[in-house]
Design a protein around this ligand. Structure first.
Ligand SMILES: C[S@@+](CC[C@H](N)C(=O)[O-])C[C@H]1O[C@@H](n2cnc3c(N)ncnc32)[C@H](O)[C@@H]1O
Length: 349
């Protein structure tokens, strides 16, 4: 039977404290369950194997469809993909990733409190996969909200995939730094775009300041109106359901404050609170702006909020957390103050 061998990015092991192969395996099994009808697991699933002293994930694939390969190509920690021949030879495969811009979009900004890019991609992949089909994942323009977007790691990843990216963050410096970065990057890359800023007023109350970019990967797309939206609002995440209409988003993804040095920024209606309290208050609004059948994905610090408590909050908010085994084995240590976990939940249709 044909097999693929996945080489995991060497840097991923530093990020995930040696958990990269396990996390990649579970991400792959999650995408398989959500987008590939569990075909890969049925064939024995990915197994770790060391070849030439280097660890790989080996995936039996029977008669792979080209679209399956396109899904695999977007795995967050994939460095290279090979066909593994019966004689042990590794033949490199060309990958058709969703990525449509230079990868410095994801890497230029460096700052304390940045969510790791691979973890962000894993979270977005699994959440988007829970919200759509294989064809939707590979071919539609999903509308993604990060309601605690910081300096835009999720937004950049969504843009990279050709999706629409919306962010809200209470921290003025973060929002201004991100907006300045986006304007500069679009200019440097000579990408056709438009932008505008406005004060966001709803029912006589100012909710924050909003900047909207409209952009396309090339002039023809821009002229044809085939454009992506990037919109960032400086404001309180508790107001999200007043900023956007109900059901507006396919996907909501956030890396919640860790409750340590750069956590729990004080917002107008959030006098420095524990991450758990903030999430409990924010979740109803996030669920309102999520469309039926859409999905919410969160990463957070389990040292300040146990998994079972967050899962109970998601259920209270009317969501259905995914509980297949790949989704329950994504926890990893970041440092001595942070054990991070990931949860994905669907809004029922
Ligand atoms: C872990 S950081 C997210 C970092 C982001 N993913 C990035 O890579 O830049 C959590 C974010 O939550 C934001 N936050 C905390 N309370 C908030 C609130 N009430 N409304 C909006 N954002 C809030 C913080 O300002 C911080 O940027």
């Amino acid at each position: 039977m044909p097999q693929y061998a996945i080489l995991v990015q060497p840097s991923a092991n530093r990020v995930y404290s040696r958990n990269a192969a396990r996390l990649t395996r579970n991400e792959l099994l999650g995408l398989d369950e959500l987008l590939l009808d569990g075909r890969l697991r049925a064939l024995g699933g990915p197994v770790e194997r060391t070849m030439g002293g280097v660890p790989y994930l080996v995936v039996p694939v029977a008669a792979p469809e080209p679209e399956d390969l396109r899904v695999l190509a977007n795995l967050s920690s994939l460095f290279a993909l090979f066909e593994l021949r019966d004689d042990g030879a590794l033949v490199p495969l060309d990958l058709e990733r969703l990525d449509r811009y230079d990868d410095d979009l994801l890497t230029i900004l460096k700052y304390v409190g940045k969510t790791n890019e691979q973890l962000t991609r894993l979270l977005l992949n699994l959440t988007a996969a829970a919200a759509t089909t294989r064809e939707g994942f590979l071919g539609s323009r999903l509308r993604v909200l990060d309601p605690m977007c910081g300096r835009g790691t999720t937004l950049n990843q969504a843009l990279m995939y050709g999706w629409d990216a919306y962010g809200v963050d209470v921290d003025r410096r973060d929002v201004e730094a991100y907006t300045a970065f986006a304007a500069r990057w679009l200019q440097d890359k000579r990408l056709k775009h438009r932008s505008g800023s406005t004060r966001l007023r709803v029912a006589g109350k100012t909710l924050g300041r909003r900047t909207t970019f409209t952009l396309a990967a090339d002039k023809e797309l821009f002229r044809a109106g085939d454009v992506q939206t990037l919109e960032v609002t400086q404001g309180d995440t508790l107001d999200v359901d007043r900023m956007y209409r109900a059901g507006f988003f396919d996907v909501v993804v956030a890396d919640a404050p860790y409750g340590i040095q750069h956590g729990s920024v004080t917002g107008p209606r959030t006098p420095s609170r524990a991450p758990g309290d903030l999430l409990a208050d924010a979740l109803p609004g996030w669920v309102t702006v999520l469309r039926r059948g859409g999905a919410l994905g969160l990463s957070w610090n389990t040292k300040v909020l146990p998994r079972q408590d967050l899962v109970a909050m998601l259920v209270d908010a009317g969501l259905e957390p995914l509980d297949g085994d790949p989704f329950l084995d994504l926890a990893h240590r970041v440092d001595q103050a942070i054990d991070r976990d990931v949860v994905v939940a669907r809004k029922p249709r």
